[in-house]
Design a protein around this ligand. Structure first.
Ligand SMILES: [Zn+2]
Ligand SMILES: [Zn+2]
Length: 60
């Protein structure tokens, strides 16, 4: 199962599991949409992988 990190690795913004603003790479590095789009240009700085929107896991 995908580990769900709850914080952006760059700015530490809170990214709850049901947030639509979380972006991940295939190694599960996790970033907020703002960092991913503006700062990182959709490329993971750790592994150079593509960042895609993390699927929402409903809290209920
Ligand atoms: Zn961020
Ligand atoms: Zn990565």
């Amino acid at each position: 199962m995908l580990e769900m990190k709850s914080k952006c690795e760059t700015c530490e913004a809170s990214l709850p599991m049901d947030s639509g603003d979380a972006m991940i790479c295939s190694y599960e590095c996790t970033f907020c949409a703002r960092c991913a789009n503006d700062t990182l240009k959709d490329i993971c700085p750790n592994c150079q992988g593509e960042l895609v929107r993390r699927p929402i896991r409903p809290s209920r």
